[in-house]
Design a protein around this ligand. Structure first.
Ligand code: 5AD
Ligand code: SF4
Length: 480
């Protein structure tokens, strides 16, 4: 066990360190202010995020700190003074995309030598990636990882005017930084991290190597944050962690995820509670009962099963069998009859035979998920599965992937069809990107619903009658 999880007394970054970072924020703010006075133009940042909600939420922290430093956001990178890529490495595609973006930045840097280019996040936790960026993309000014995000102000300060690339990547997880500014994109829904890291080491997955061991935030800090969000008018909270079901295990005083959601359920102003991601091996009956009992906890669960064959599950180090998973789903459905389920599935894990794949299809048919995130297995250097023999040829993977997608699309549409003519409660999230008369929101079961309305509805719960059904969304009209 790492020092930071053993020694709970020191689990949080000290207030002195946070104050030190605040001083860097003030210094940079002053530099930016002087520039603004000279040029009449505020300094701008462009931030691109790849990967999961955890990364999206980390970007909200970067945005919060940037805003404190006196930067404003732009979506035009040609116009920006600071470009930052928050990266993901869970699959090879995500990494290739980042490299594809970094190359063309060279000419921007030539045109504007004061431009700062930063890359951070999961990819940077791999030494070979840092080496590659240092060699190939010399125009990058700043590289940092996932464990020292709170040091961003100090790192920006060091990078300003530095002739060399500033690199600060920690190979072991640091302490939890409370009190970092967060600039949330949305005013209705908010992510709240409850724990960091993962101890599971699924054999295909790089996350435990780049996000470190499990560290839970203190329950008091989480509840305080959610109370503030409730006062600020946020209506929906999604509790985030790589494996939220093991929340509290490292604290060792009986704190549990079920206990946490019972407390969150009491926070005034919050109407809906969601959480992700749940590992089937750790989803306790205690949690199922808490979901059933807590009025604000939505009837939706994201429960990745990854593969249907018990043999492949063993190779994946998932620690449950196909029967365990189906039994768990039955218990959930018995306790929460309206539950909608979503999942993650990997196709083409090393050694996966046609029979193994048919077991995956069998789970999809038996459980009837509302939604599935399906992935082609991607070899990640450093994980045990990367060394396994019998890697599956691309064309076999792709063929299975298409069959899986067709099955899931049919089921999603069939489940959505059952909503035709029904009235559902929708939390209105915002306006459609393509039509300013069309608004969008979600049901408690996480179904996307589009309907005509007006801006005053954002953040409200409205009743919508479903008139039309698509595979991935519902359409309807508001009823008074
Ligand atoms: N290849 C393909 N998919 C992966 N995932 C994690 N690692 C890999 C990999 N090497 C998927 C899992 C996980 C989701 C976030 O990403 O399904 O649940
Ligand atoms: Fe990766 Fe498994 Fe941890 Fe999820 S539970 S982050 S798949 S190691």
């Amino acid at each position: 066990m790492s020092k930071s999880t053993k020694d709970r007394k020191n689990i949080c970054v000290s207030s002195e360190e946070i104050t030190r970072q605040q001083q860097f924020i003030e210094e940079i703010k002053e530099i930016n202010y002087q520039r603004e006075v000279q040029t009449g133009k505020k300094k701008l940042y462009y931030l691109a995020t790849f990967g999961c909600q955890m990364n999206e939420h980390d970007s909200e922290k970067l945005a919060g700190m940037l805003s404190e430093m006196g930067y404003a956001e732009t979506d035009n990178m040609n116009d920006s003074d600071l470009i930052i890529y928050n990266t993901c490495c869970v699959r090879e595609n995500a990494e290739l995309k980042v490299y594809g973006h970094l190359g063309p930045l060279k000419h921007l840097k030539k045109e504007n030598p004061d431009l700062l280019i930063a890359v951070c996040g999961c990819m940077m936790q791999q030494p070979e990636v840092v080496e590659h960026i240092k060699k190939t993309y010399r125009h990058v000014d700043l590289i940092f990882g996932t464990h020292n995000l709170y040091k961003f102000p100090e790192l920006v300060y060091s990078a300003i005017g530095s002739p060399t690339t500033i690199i600060d990547v920690w190979d072991c997880e640091g302490q939890i930084a409370e009190d970092v500014a967060i600039e949330r994109k949305d005013g209705v829904k908010a992510w709240v991290t409850v724990m960091y890291g993962c101890n599971n080491f699924c054999s295909y997955c790089i996350v435990p190597y780049v996000r470190g061991r499990e560290r839970s935030r203190k329950m008091d800090n989480i509840i305080e944050e959610i109370k503030t969000l409730g006062q600020q008018g946020f209506k929906e909270i999604t509790l985030l962690g790589q494996n939220v079901n093991s929340y509290g295990k490292d604290i060792g005083d009986g704190t549990s995820f079920a206990g946490l959601i019972r407390e969150v359920d009491k926070v005034p102003g919050i109407e809906r509670i969601r959480f992700m991601t749940s590992h089937p091996k750790d989803l306790s009956d205690e949690l199922i009962h808490a979901m059933r009992d807590c009025q604000k906890v939505c009837e939706h669960l994201h429960l990745p099963f990854q593969a249907g064959s018990t043999r492949i599950l063993r190779e994946m180090n998932r620690k449950y069998t196909k029967e365990d998973y189906l039994g768990l789903v039955s218990r959930i459905k018995e306790n929460i009859p309206d539950i909608t389920l979503s999942t993650d599935i990997i196709v083409g894990f090393p050694g996966e035979t046609e029979e193994d794949f048919l077991e995956t299809l069998d789970i999809v048919e038996k459980v009837r998920f509302d939604n599935a995130y399906t992935f082609l297995y991607s070899k990640r250097t450093g994980t045990p599965a990367a060394k396994m023999e019998e890697q599956i040829p691309d064309e076999v993977k792709k063929d299975r992937f298409q069959r899986l997608l067709a099955t899931q699309n049919r089921i999603s549409k069939e489940l959505n069809d059952t909503f035709l003519g029904k009235v559902v409660e929708v939390l209105v999230e915002g306006v459609s990107k393509t039509n300013d008369k069309v608004f969008t929101g979600r049901t408690r079961g996480n179904k996307i619903v589009n309907f005509e309305g007006d801006g005053s509805l954002i953040g409200q719960l409205v009743n919508v009658r479903i008139d039309n059904v698509k595979t991935w969304s519902l359409e309807g009209s508001i009823i008074k």
